[in-house]
Ligand binder design. Structure first.
Ligand code: AMP
Ligand code: GLY
Length: 426
């Protein structure tokens, strides 16, 4: 069978790598892919991003299944387009993708369906937003409404930061946010304390299957400091997701979200990612929903997956997820992102990458912002690589990953040295 993976990041490299390991898969196309998928002779990059052209391609090449990595294609309606042509695809429709595409939609949805989340107010007017911050004080959280690649959220520890964020989003239209319907809007919400985890499930419209838990490090710098990024590293499992927390998340967040969507007339299909804040008492709140797998969470999660990903995704597309039983490697997987200098605001590109280790079953370098030019790998984006390894403990996985990271060289590389540290302390 032939499979198409849409996207170009580390998540898509991991999806393509895992799908290619299925004995049922003869060919994996990645559109558009990256330098890592280009240099893997078992994968084929195709330079297409337009959703109609992607559907044309899937039809001509007789792809049995398409899986979508990034939110932008989902929010643009790639699933609706494929389904209208009878093509098998894993992902939510454009209507369902609003759960990620609009923070205001997601917050209203959670409130309507009793899903625990921070208290919030939505503002179109900067003066009203400033007055709200002045009244509530810091810490407080300001979120741009549209898609922003993880950069549209400012956790303000002092009020001045919140005021600056309001101006940047509503007046300056900065932070690279795609404003919905051309109209800038911010969500301002209460600051939540606790530890974060990523909880990702697969859904076929009726059945829900949770994947292994994971934790991402969103801040740029060690000790969870510096600006928010798309994610600087991740590991699976996340010890903070105890069996008790797992049960609560399914009962209080995931099930109400899927049934709430159905009640609103939208059958939810594909991956659903709940970003969680877990307090010391084990109470869980939803920070956000994403309508796809996480990046970099996918990389460690898929290294731990023992089951055949192609079969799982076929069952998802066909509405038969109840037939699937997932098998996980008991070991820990941990991934460290190597990013370009200047990331997240203005990454510098075009540097040659040297010293990549050979990939093995236990250590993989998943590529994101790389291109293969004249046989040489060159940086082409903010997050460049995600070096991922399995180990018997967090410490062993860390050791293997950081040994590999130390050998990889490109100009200005930045990476965190403490990925997994929270799990080590437990
Ligand atoms: P989001 O894209 O909404 O998940 O926000 C990005 C990151 O900002 C989260 O992963 C958290 O680290 C942080 N964050 C978002 N909302 C809050 C909140 N209400 N309280 C504390 N931190 C938050
Ligand atoms: N790693 C966070 C995300 O994918 O949104």
């Amino acid at each position: 069978m032939r499979v198409l993976v849409i996207g170009s990041g580390g998540r898509e490299h991991a999806l393509a790598w895992k799908l290619r390991r299925s004995p049922k898969v003869s060919k994996v196309f990645v559109a558009p892919g990256n330098g890592g998928t280009a240099r893997d002779s078992t994968l084929t990059n195709v330079n297409i991003t337009d959703i109609h052209a992607l559907a044309d391609f899937a039809q001509t090449e007789k792809a049995a299944l398409t899986v979508v990595g990034p939110e932008a294609a989902l929010c643009a309606g790639v699933v609706d387009e494929f389904r209208s042509r009878g093509l098998r695809i894993v992902g939510p429709t454009k209507a369902a993708a609003q759960l990620e595409g609009s923070k205001a939609f997601a917050k209203d949805f959670m409130q309507r369906h009793g899903i625990p989340t921070a208290r919030h107010t939505t503002f179109y007017d900067a003066e009203q937003a400033h007055a709200h911050v002045a009244q509530r004080g810091a810490p407080i959280v300001v979120k741009a409404d549209g898609l922003a690649a993880g950069k549209g959220v400012v956790v303000a520890m002092v009020a001045a930061e919140a005021h600056a964020a309001i101006d940047a989003i509503l007046l300056g239209k900065q932070l690279g946010v795609q404003h919905n319907a051309g109209r800038a809007c911010v969500v301002i919400e209460d600051f939540l304390h606790g530890e974060e985890a990523s909880f990702i499930v697969l859904c076929d419209g009726k059945n829900v299957l949770p994947l292994a838990s994971s934790q991402d490090h969103k801040r740029l710098l060690d000790g969870d400091t510096g600006p928010n990024t798309g994610g600087m590293g991740a590991y699976s499992p996340a010890p903070v997701v105890t069996p008790n927390v797992h049960a609560r998340v399914m009962h209080e967040i995931i099930t109400p979200a899927i049934t709430g969507m159905a009640r609103d007339g939208i059958a939810y299909t594909g991956f659903l990612y709940a970003g969680l804040m877990i307090d010391p008492q084990g109470q869980v709140k939803t920070l956000e929903f994403n309508v796809r797998m996480g990046d970099p969470e996918t990389q460690p999660i898929l290294m731990r997956l023992k089951s055949d990903l192609f079969e799982i995704l076929m069952h998802t597309a066909d509405g038969t997820l109840d037939k699937v039983d997932l098998q996980w490697d008991r070991r820990v997987a941990l991934g460290v992102v190597m990013a370009a200098s200047g990331y997240p605001m203005s990454p510098r590109k075009g540097h040659v990458i040297n010293g990549l280790p050979a990939d093995t079953d236990d250590t993989m370098v998943f590529h994101a912002g790389t291109v293969l030019r004249d046989g040489r790998l060159t940086t082409s984006g903010g997050r460049v690589l995600c070096v991922t390894a399995l180990g018997d403990s967090v410490k062993t996985a860390q050791h293997t990953v950081y040994e590999a990271v130390a050998g990889i060289l490109f100009n200005g590389a930045q990476f965190r040295r403490d990925i997994g540290s929270r799990a080590v302390k437990r």
